[in-house]
Write a new protein. Structure first.
Length: 86
């Protein structure tokens, strides 16, 4: 039968406590990692929605810009027509 010193037993207990702390930290980090992954997916979806809205807004602005020359021309024609009437 081996006899362990009090110091050795104390070191084993300290090591056991550190292993328990490490195991708890590992579980905490896994939970946090899972939460962050879900959050990342949600933010990715939100970002995709914003990108779609930006694309739609850009399409609308481009359509408006294409119509400006015709609107200016129509406005000038109307102004000339009103000028001739007076």
């Amino acid at each position: 039968m081996r006899h362990y010193s009090v110091k050795m037993i104390s070191e084993f207990e300290e090591l056991s406590q550190k292993i328990d702390q490490l195991a708890q930290m590992t579980q905490d980090l896994r939970r946090e990692n899972a939460r962050l992954r879900k959050e990342n997916v949600a933010l990715g979806l939100e970002n995709a929605g914003y990108a779609h809205k930006m694309s739609e807004a850009q399409r609308r602005v481009e359509a408006l810009l294409e119509n400006i020359p015709a609107l200016v021309e129509a406005g000038l024609a109307q102004a000339q027509s009103e000028e001739k009437e007076t």
